[in-house]
Design a protein around this ligand. Structure first.
Ligand code: GLY
Length: 128
């Protein structure tokens, strides 16, 4: 039986796989509908809800593969809430088809519900 920390790390991998694959259903299944976030795409504003995120999943898929790697993860479980932090390294192709990597700090908050752990908040900042 995995510990809560192991389960949350596995769910974090699944979340990033869903994002990389553009799999909206898999992403939405892991999230609470009222998820909030700060991320660069929101221009400093806190955004609440899934429609903001669905916009990107609905865009035509480019032909660049994307692979996210979780580096230096830490998981803190506090009863029915948990915080998962890590550096996300994303490999993809630039406009000329050359491989590039970008990195960001991600903090993701999860809440334990009767339906399992749900993603309720995240904050992403580019690594300077
Ligand atoms: N922009 C969606 C996410 O990082 O969860």
């Amino acid at each position: 039986m995995p510990t809560a920390a192991e389960e949350l790390l596995s769910l974090s991998h699944k979340l990033l796989e869903a994002i990389d694959a553009g799999n909206w259903n898999a992403y939405a299944e892991l999230c609470d509908p009222s998820i909030s976030c700060f991320e660069p795409e929101a221009l400093g504003q806190q955004v609440v809800g899934l429609p903001f995120h669905k916009f990107y999943f609905d865009l035509p898929r480019g032909n660049s593969p994307k692979l996210s790697t979780i580096a230096s993860p830490a998981v803190r479980v506090m009863g029915e809430a948990a915080v998962v932090t890590y550096v996300r390294v994303v490999q993809k192709l630039d406009g000329s088809g050359n491989p590039v990597s970008v990195a960001a700090h991600e903090t993701r908050v999860w809440q334990k519900t009767p339906a399992g752990w749900k993603h309720v908040h995240f904050h992403r900042s580019p690594v300077a």
